[in-house]
Ligand binder design. Structure first.
Ligand code: DLL
Length: 437
């Protein structure tokens, strides 16, 4: 039988009580951070704020922000607020350049994280009787360990596959009779394509998929649901705040519930830092009120979305964030114009293509930017072969010009020619960085 909640008393707590709990936890946490993280102590002193000034969540706005640059400066242990001997784990971000962010966890911090992931699995219809196939990467990336921990806490049989070797994934999905699959949406799509090509859908026992760690669209959700025979649930998180499970979708699919007994969300104007009301798009900021080893206060995620504090149809009272609309730092400036990859993806999907594309940005000898969007024909388009490729390209060039306001090149390529993802998909290759500009 479907259980409604993993921890009903917390997940459906009346907002007044929840906010009281947050206030109590925030007051303690500010003291903990002020006493144990030098950078934060100095920053609060500079701003003239003392822990005694923080009486509850109404005072949150008095606290300084923490940015990714702060974390890089404090690498590796400057932000750690407990003795290292009390830490049991590190995880790290997937960044490939410069200093990575390394997050530390006490045993209690790991349990908080597991709890959030267990709640997510239950919200996706999971119970102790489910078989959970985790094919997020394991290791420094938080995806595998996070969902693995949540599944264990729930008591479900857990298959710790990690990512890669898609044939073996499919064999295990079938042989172990997995009922829930957890991976990035782009890897789910890769698996689904192979299952479809081999006609193996009927051999699956899957009912739900918990997909996150990268942006994905409603169109992609429907394709994956159809090809794998699952209901898809979005899950969000970031290494700095713990990992997956910071927020996740319930059966109402009306935004992602933020685990507010652990993380307080705010939306701010990225330019001014001003806190914005519900419904307005801005940068998501989190304050960790229970974690002890790496307790970030007012951390600017660079993720853009909206918030709502309205009660959800599922009965949960925790605030929901809308789908991510982009990141303050994934914006490219091409020919002087701001371009978000999500705008390009929308044009492709509106024109009947699937999410198999790649964007290459480069700079010519004459220092001119140019952008090429490579997109695959869908198998149906390739089979019917009714519209010449040049005509398709022309149509997309026009549609992209009207969306972006600049001319870009388009190359329509045969199915299965763009590299498939096993983790987070790499949609943008910006070669201009090679020139050091
Ligand atoms: O991606 C944690 C995670 C693992 C989340 C598995 C969900 C599932 P990082 O590698 O630190 O951590 O990357 C965090 O990924 O700031 C977002 O920009 C993006 N992201 C995460 N989840 C989603 C999502 C993990 N559901 C960064 N939709 C975040 C869109 C997401 N973007």
């Amino acid at each position: 039988m479907r259980e409604m909640y993993f921890q009903p008393e917390i997940e459906t707590m009346p907002r007044e009580e929840l906010e009281k709990l947050q206030s109590e936890r925030l007051v303690k946490q500010v003291r903990h951070v002020y006493d144990n993280v030098k950078m934060y102590h100095d920053r609060m002193d500079e701003q003239g704020v003392k822990p005694e000034d923080i009486h509850g969540i109404e005072d949150l706005h008095l606290l300084p922000f923490i940015t990714k640059d702060d974390l890089k400066e404090q690498y590796p242990t400057g932000m750690v607020a407990v003795p290292l001997r009390d830490c049991v784990r590190i995880q790290s971000t997937s960044g490939t350049t410069g200093r990575r962010v390394v997050a530390y966890y006490t045993m209690e911090d790991v349990l908080i994280w597991d709890e959030c992931c267990a709640r997510a699995i239950v919200a996706a219809g999971g119970t102790k009787d489910d078989i959970v196939h985790v094919c997020y990467g394991y290791g420094l990336f938080t995806g595998g360990p996070g969902l693995n921990g949540g599944s264990h806490m729930l008591g479900s049989l857990t298959i710790p596959m990690s990512s890669g070797n898609t044939e073996r994934q499919i064999q295990f999905l079938i042989d172990m009779q997995a009922t829930i699959i957890c991976c990035t949406p782009s890897y789910a799509y890769t698996i689904a394509e192979q299952i479809t090509a081999k006609g193996l859908k009927d051999k699956l026992h899957l009912k739900a998929g918990i997909f996150g760690a990268e942006p994905w669209t409603e169109e992609m959700r429907h394709d994956i649901e159809r090809m794998l025979g699952v209901t898809a649930y979005d899950i969000y998180g970031l290494t700095e705040i713990s990992g997956p499970g910071v927020s996740w979708e319930c059966e109402a699919h009306a935004g992602l519930h933020i685990q507010e007994d652990h993380f307080i969300p705010e939306i701010i104007d990225p330019a001014t830092g001003e806190v914005l009301p519900d419904g307005q798009i801005g940068e998501l900021v989190f304050t960790c009120i229970t974690k002890k080893a790496f307790p970030l206060l007012r951390y600017r995620t660079r993720d853009l979305c909206t918030l709502t504090h309205e009660k959800c149809a599922c009965g949960r009272t925790h605030a929901r964030m809308g789908r991510l609309l982009g990141r303050t730092d994934d914006m490219m400036i091409v020919k002087g114009v701001n371009v978000f990859p999500s705008q390009i993806e929308q044009v492709l999907l509106n024109n009947g293509y699937l999410a198999n594309y790649q964007i290459v940005v480069d700079r010519s000898e004459h220092n001119r930017d140019f952008m090429e969007v490579q997109v695959e024909l869908t198998p149906d388009m390739a089979a019917s072969n009714d519209v010449p490729v040049e005509e398709r390209e022309k149509k997309l060039v026009a549609a992209l010009r009207s969306m972006l306001g600049i001319g870009v090149d388009v190359k329509v390529v045969p199915p299965m020619t763009i590299p498939r993802s096993e983790g987070k998909a790499q949609r943008v290759i910006d070669k201009r960085k090679l020139y050091g500009v």
